[in-house]
Every structure is written in structure tokens, then in C-alpha cells.
Ligand binder design. Structure first.
Ligand SMILES: C[S@@+](CC[C@H](N)C(=O)[O-])C[C@H]1O[C@@H](n2cnc3c(N)ncnc32)[C@H](O)[C@@H]1O
Length: 465
């Protein structure tokens, strides 16, 4: 294979034309053509969404729960508006995260399907996509808060209750690591009151509020996505934070409820088909999906299982965190599989990384092999004429360019897709992802690192003809 530098020097500019939606498509592109295509791509300002305020990006149920690397809903809305014309469409996301694609599809009256291997991601998505009748929800929230109101002020309030704290004993050591005694007991009482709620929809709604407040109520270093303790942190009192967050979620639900088409409110089960499952296995039949909008995990970046460990511990989602991590694509803990890389661009990246770190080279190889299988699955479920849109950024690790987007474009072709369109978008500063620690390659706090991770990203769109 030709190394990248040689390609750049020898290629003439007219080899590859810009592939906008209306231009002629060259059926299959060589790896070299793909590299040039990306190199010559200009930023499309229509996809920056700089004009949207946090109240726009966090509208409806979108601010129920923090989630790293989540979409802004406006990006998903624009893709749906451009590509979907039938009112009976089905939209899919194999890596749902906190459910931006799923919520947006439901809000527009479409069927939504998808997966996430992360149990908390599944629960967030489920709750965010489920509109609740506002008067009923109001009654339920008031009832819960009234039951727990004794926690509002006094330090000794814990002794004035007959609610037995529910603290998962098998995770007690880790919970003690992250929570001061007072907050641990208060959270245990709150969790018990939530679990006593009989209506599953309401219980899940409360559990998401509970999960969201855990970080503030712990000694997890505020502002850090990495699991780091701050022993000087004055953690927030759980009841007060729960009350505030429930009110916020309630406002979100009420505006979501208003915009959801009646047919979905009447029969949500028929429209929402989501599972805790590997992205390589979607819960839908062949040739049934109209559009896939997704953003995959990145290799050696977020360890999602680590990031959500407070929720995983309290909600008892994994007996063994190390085993759980192995199921996550892009995780450093994932087992390598025995399949071979198909992408030449990926192979070149792996070869370069071999010289710097064999371990990292293996992680990158595993990641791209996994993604190839996800693209095969995307191809299986899409209808002819359907498209998959993968949002992804390039980065650098140990000085090696990790051309994720270029690899995705090449890999989509091996799954049978035509590379239909590449959109290059700037990520506005206010939502710029974190920077990388140059030594470890992992995401770090902005003040700790000096290399920008993903200032721009691509939407790589494959068409199944
Ligand atoms: C970049 S996030 C998606 C964010 C999403 N677009 C949103 O708006 O919230 C990638 C997701 O992939 C999930 N993931 C990692 N490995 C997976 C696997 N094997 N199968 C399904 N999902 C997986 C992670 O849990 C994470 O939620």
C-alpha cells in the first residue's frame, strides 16, 4: 500500500471530485481517492449550528442526564429532514448513547430502533423517549418528594425515618470510596423510596434523576470525566439536588409531551424498539430501516463503563466492572478478535502505531475490525436507497494520525455501501470535546492537556443502492 505522504505528493487534484448530494457519484473509491477526498473537503458552515443556545440543544428531554460526546439534536433533525420523506420511516442508531437520535425520531413521529451495550445509556434513552402525561407525573413527583422531605435540612434527619436505606452491599467498598457517609445513607433512602414506586415508567424516570445527581453528590472531581477523587470536594446534598433536577426533568417532559404525535403516545411500544445489546446485532429485520444516524465510540478515548461507574454501582448494573468493560467497542479492555482488517487505510495506521506502541496498535486494529462488522449490520438492516450517517472525528495518538473518518468511508464500501456524501463540520468551541493528554492519549481535563482532540468532525454517509 502507498504510504499517505506519497499519495499526497503524487495525486493530482482532479482525481476525485467533490461529492455533494447532487453531484455524480463515482461508484467505488480506492483508499488513495478517499484520502484525497477528505483532504480537499471544505468545512460546511451549514452544519456548525453555532446559533443554537443551550436551551435549544437541551430542549424537551435532552437535558435529563449528562452524557459524554452526545449529539446536538439539531444535527440529527437536519439529517432526518434531508433524507426522510415518508411518514412511515424507521430510524436506527446502533450506538444510542443518551438517545439523541431515538428521541428526535420519536419527536417527528417515526419508528426508532437501536442498541447500546451500556445499561445506563439504554435506561436514559428509554426514559427520554417516553412522554408521561403531565398531571400524572406531577402527582408522582410530589408524592416522592413529600415522602423524602424530612431529608431537606437537618443533619440528624436520617434517624427520623423508617425507610431502610437501599445500598447495594456487594458494591459497598466502591460506594464508600466515592461517597461520604451522610450522602451514602441519604442516597440509599432515596433509592429505596424510588424502588418502592410501582409504576415502572415513573420508577425509571426517578432512577434517571437519581443517576444524574450521583456525580455531584459524590467526591468525583467536578468537571472531570475521568474517575478521579477530590477529597476536598463539598459534595451536594442529595435530596436538594434531586428536587431541583426532578423539576427540570418535569419541565422537559411537559414540553416533550406537547410535541409528540398522538399516534406515538397511544402506542409507544410499536414505535420504540431499543435494546441493551451489541451494535453488531440490531433488533430489526433485513431491509427495514430508512436511515441510520449514529456516532460510534472512539478507540482509546472514553471508557464508558468507567465514566458511568457511579450509576453502575448504585443501580447494580454489573457484578464485575472489568468483565463489563470488555464488551465496549473502542475500550482498551476489549478482547482482540481473530478477524482480519479489511481497510488499507486502517492497516497503514496500525503499522505506524506498531512502531510506537504494540498495545495501542492492537487496540486500534480491534476497533476498526469491530466497526467493519457494525457497518455490515447497518447494510443488512437498511432498505435499498437507505443511508447510514456516521459522525466521527480524526485524531492523533502518539504522533500517528488516526484517520477514523477515512477508515469509516473505506470500510463502508467493503460492507456494500457507496460513499454518498462527506460533510466536514466545525464543532463550536462551547461544545468542543476535551483535549488529549499527550502522554497517555486519553481524554484529559482542558487545563491538563495541550492537544485538541476533535475540533472538526465528519459525517460519513453511505448509501445502500
Ligand atoms: C459517542 S457515544 C454515542 C452518543 C450518542 N450519539 C448520543 O447522542 O448520546 C458511543 C456509544 O457507544 C456505546 N457502545 C460502546 N460499545 C458498544 C457496543 N459494543 N455495542 C453498542 N454500543 C456500544 C457506548 O456505550 C456509547 O454510549
Amino acid at each position: 500500500m502507498i504510504p499517505f505522504r506519497e499519495i499526497e505528493e503524487t495525486a493530482t487534484k482532479d482525481v476525485v471530485k467533490d461529492h455533494n448530494i447532487n453531484t455524480m457519484q463515482i461508484k467505488s473509491k480506492s483508499p488513495e481517492e478517499i484520502l484525497i477526498l477528505f483532504k480537499e473537503k471544505n468545512i460546511d458552515e451549514n452544519w456548525t449550528f453555532i446559533e443554537y443556545k443551550p436551551s435549544d440543544t437541551g430542549k424537551w428531554t435532552h437535558s435529563y442526564h449528562r452524557y459524554p460526546a452526545k449529539f446536538i439534536p439539531q444535527l440529527v433533525e437536519k439529517l432526518i429532514d434531508e433524507y426522510i420523506s415518508s411518514e412511515y420511516a424507521q430510524i436506527n442508531d446502533p450506538f444510542m448513547g443518551c438517545g439523541t437520535t431515538i428521541v428526535t425520531a420519536i419527536s417527528k413521529g417515526f419508528k426508532a430502533s437501536g442498541t447500546d451495550i451500556n445499561k445506563i445509556a439504554y435506561l436514559i434513552t428509554k426514559v427520554k423517549s417516553t412522554p408521561i402525561e403531565p398531571v400524572y407525573l406531577d402527582r408522582k413527583i410530589k408524592h416522592l418528594l413529600a415522602k423524602l422531605q424530612f431529608l431537606e435540612s437537618s443533619q440528624n434527619s436520617l434517624f427520623r425515618t423508617n425507610i431502610e436505606p437501599l445500598i447495594p452491599q456487594k458494591h459497598l467498598e466502591r460506594i464508600n470510596y466515592w461517597f461520604i457517609e451522610q450522602n451514602k445513607n441519604e442516597l440509599g433512602i432515596i433509592l429505596k423510596a424510588i424502588c418502592d414506586e410501582e409504576d415502572e415508567t415513573i420508577r425509571d424516570f426517578f432512577l434517571i434523576a437519581f443517576s444524574h445527581i450521583l456525580k455531584n453528590c459524590s467526591i468525583w472531581l467536578q468537571g472531570s470525566t475521568k474517575p478521579t477523587r477530590d477529597l476536598k470536594k463539598i459534595s451536594t446534598k442529595p435530596y436538594n439536588m434531586l428536587k431541583r433536577h426532578l423539576k427540570k426533568m418535569q419541565r422537559g417532559n411537559n414540553s416533550f409531551y406537547q410535541i409528540i404525535p398522538q399516534k406515538i403516545k397511544d402506542n409507544l411500544r410499536e414505535y420504540l424498539n431499543i435494546k441493551i445489546q451489541d451494535a453488531k446485532k440490531q433488533p430489526v429485520n433485513d431491509n427495514t430501516v430508512d436511515l441510520i444516524i449514529s456516532s460510534s465510540p472512539y478507540v482509546t478515548s472514553y471508557e464508558y463503563a468507567d465514566l458511568h461507574q457511579l450509576s453502575t454501582l448504585w443501580l447494580d448494573f454489573a457484578d464485575n466492572l472489568s468483565e463489563y468493560k470488555k464488551e465496549f467497542i473502542g475500550s482498551a479492555y476489549k478482547y482482540c478478535n481473530d478477524k482480519k482488517l479489511k481497510s488499507n487505510i486502517a492497516q497503514d495506521i496500525v503499522d505506524k502505531m506498531q512502531k510506537k506502541s504494540r498495545k495501542m496498535a492492537k487496540e486500534i486494529e480491534t476497533f476498526f475490525i469491530d466497526m467493519q462488522e457494525v457497518f455490515d449490520e447497518s447494510y443488512r438492516i437498511l432498505k435499498n436507497g437507505g443511508r447510514c450517517c456516521y459522525v466521527i472525528g480524526d485524531t492523533k495518538l502518539k504522533g500517528v494520525g488516526i484517520l477514523n473518518a477515512e477508515v469509516f468511508a473505506e470500510s463502508l464500501q467493503y460492507s456494500g455501501f457507496i460513499v454518498d456524501r462527506i460533510i466536514k463540520r466545525k464543532i463550536p468551541l462551547k461544545i468542543l470535546p476535551q483535549k488529549r493528554d499527550l502522554k497517555t492519549g486519553r481524554f484529559a481535563n482542558n487545563h491538563e492537556a495541550n492537544s485538541e482532540a476533535y475540533p472538526i468532525e465528519y459525517i460519513v454517509i453511505g448509501l445502500k443502492e
